[in-house]
Design a protein around this ligand. Structure first.
Ligand code: FAD
Ligand code: NAI
Length: 475
């Protein structure tokens, strides 16, 4: 006899586990199926984000930033340190323990919310009168029936054709997060979010890092004034970023790799390195779902086709997160998970795609919400821009980190904030105020008139708002 549920969620990444919790809060009987295994073969819910994404990358970014500070910045504060050494194995073990705390936290949340967790792969068997039959195989072997199904199966790293990941020399995000010793030379293909974050980690620890990027523009989706400022800072730190390249043959040997590439001028080059990280985007993951058995519609990229409310082509089957259209971000997956649970309960869940923040956790951090200046220009929208440099912010000076700026874009006629772009210290935290402002459709004048604590980095946001009206007080 199969176990019956109101909802079966497949995938326990941020999209799936959050959907499961919200559905349980709303009184549904919920099962969540996830196949991720930890090194001992046990369950490791949390998906890409927890196991090989957001959380471990931020742990390594933090460790490597401490190392960089000790090596290069403590002296400015009068702190003398010598013989600063990095124990890579310890750093990686700390990262693993941070991951485990998050895995355990999710298992606890499943218990707390009375969600039945099944460790294994979930696949469609068939549609039945009561909903859908799902077979779980792996550590748990069960057949479940759910009135409704939420698919949150995430994404996987995109490989370059002919160069599969071996996770020893050719690394995806997975291998990049568990390199055992600092490579002398590290090559990366793709200077997107992963390329910059992982490149920064290993550069800080002493690797000579070269990133090969196909596009002629650095961070093309980012406001270009902000991207240029960030590029300057990264190059100064020693990251080699080659733009407009064409990657050719990649020869992989046991101890290293040789990448043939052509630079923007068309000149043939070779890059030899100990390790190669390929970070050229991710692909939606529906492998193993047995989508054909029920006629689930996928697009040409393999993403599950959904409408604006995350409904698939099948009644009662929803999909959220990386496996559907939209930005591949953990918080976007979570918001969709909550909205879907609320829709299943007959409520009106909502996700505002215009106010999803982006953060790149490099140093300086890059964060933005809303439209870039180039997007506004392309749309022919009349706008006013205000910028304020951290150089003129007292807290940034006290921190010893004055790189970057806050840039605010507001409608020329109504003054509604259309976008905020930050490069600089704690941009990841500063952007939250701007998201709130945009959700409430604030004007730049609203932010300019709100009292911000002194001295704080957030005063730079207020000053950028004042700059929209050309009346900065401290610059
Ligand atoms: P996932 O997290 O991929 O989870 C899907 C889960 O489903 C997995 O556990 C998988 O094993 C399971 N699964 C798949 N198929 C089945 C099946 N048939 N049966 C059972 N289980 C199945 N985003 C941010 O917002 N901030 C960041 O700082 C950030 N950093 C990142 C760093 C890196 C290196 C990477 C790779 C990604 C990062 N991301 C970040 C992106 C973020 O990880 C994803 O957007 C997010 O994990 C998507 O969540 P999801 O629930 O859709 O899928
Ligand atoms: P990405 O889309 O951010 O960047 C990929 C880069 O590779 C692009 O600049 C692209 O032009 C380049 N590229 C593609 N093909 C190429 C080729 N053949 N040769 C050279 N360059 C090539 O993808 P990335 O960095 O792999 O990350 C995947 C996703 O994971 C991100 O888009 C983001 O959604 C998520 N992520 C989010 C993070 C965050 O929020 N801080 C951190 C890391 C990942």
């Amino acid at each position: 006899m199969s176990q019956q549920f109101d909802v079966i969620v497949i995938g326990a990444g941020p999209g799936g586990y959050i959907a499961a919790i919200r559905a349980a809060q709303l009184g549904m009987r919920v099962a969540c199926v996830d196949e991720w295994k930890n090194s001992a073969g046990g369950p490791a819910p949390g998906g890409t984000c927890t196991n090989v994404g957001c959380i471990p990358s931020k742990a390594l970014l933090q460790s490597s930033e401490h190392f960089d500070q000790a090596n290069h910045h403590f002296a400015e504060h009068g702190i003398a340190v010598s013989d600063v050494r990095m124990d890579v194995a310890k750093m990686v073990a700390r990262k693993d323990s941070v991951v485990k705390q998050n895995n355990d936290g999710i298992l606890y949340l499943f218990k707390k919310n009375k969600i039945s967790f099944f460790h294994g792969r979930g696949a469609f068997v068939k549609a039945v009168d009561a909903g859908y039959e799902i077979k779980v195989s792996g550590a748990a072997e069960e057949t479940l029936v759910g009135k409704q199904v939420v698919l949150a199966t995430g994404s996987t790293a995109r490989a370059l054709p002919g160069t599969p990941f071996d996770e020893q020399v050719v690394l995806s995000n997975d291998g990049a997060l568990r390199i055992g010793a600092v490579p002398k030379k590290l090559a990366l293909i793709g200077s997107g979010v992963i390329g910059l974050e992982m490149g920064s980690v290993w550069r800080r620890l002493g690797a000579e890092v070269t990133i090969l990027e196909a596009l002629p523009e650095f961070l093309g989706a980012v406001d270009q004034q902000i991207a240029k400022e960030a590029h300057k800072a990264f190059v100064k730190q020693g990251l080699k970023i080659e733009l407009g390249v064409t990657v050719g043959a990649i020869k992989v040997a046991k101890k290293g790799v040789s990448v043939a590439w052509t630079n923007a001028k068309g000149e043939a080059q070779t890059l030899d390195a100990d390790k190669l990280i390929i970070s050229i985007g991710r692909v939606p993951n529906t492998v193993g779902l047995n989508a054909d058995a029920v006629g689930l519609k996928l697009d040409e990229r393999g993403a599950i086709v959904v409408d604006g409310d995350c409904r698939s082509n099948l009644p009662g089957v929803w999909a959220v997160g990386d496996v559907v259209r939209g930005p591949m971000l953990a918080h976007k997956a979570e918001e969709e998970g909550v909205a879907v649970a609320e829709r299943m309960a007959g409520q009106h869940g909502h996700v505002n795609f215009n106010t999803i923040p982006w953060v790149i956790y490099t140093n300086p951090e890059i964060a933005w919400v809303g439209q870039t200046e180039q997007q506004l220009k392309a749309a022919g929208r009349a706008y006013r821009a205000g910028t304020f440099p951290f150089l003129a912010n007292g807290r940034a000076r006290a921190l010893g980190d004055t790189t970057g700026m806050v840039k605010m874009l507001a409608d020329a006629a109504t003054d509604e904030i259309l976008g905020v772009h930050i490069v600089g210290p704690m941009a990841s935290e500063l952007i939250a105020e701007c998201v709130v402002a945009m959700e409430f459709r604030a004007s730049s004048e609203d932010i300019a008139r709100i009292c911000h604590a002194h001295p704080s980095l957030s005063e730079a946001t207020k000053e950028a708002a004042l700059a929209v009206d050309k009346r900065t007080l401290n610059f």
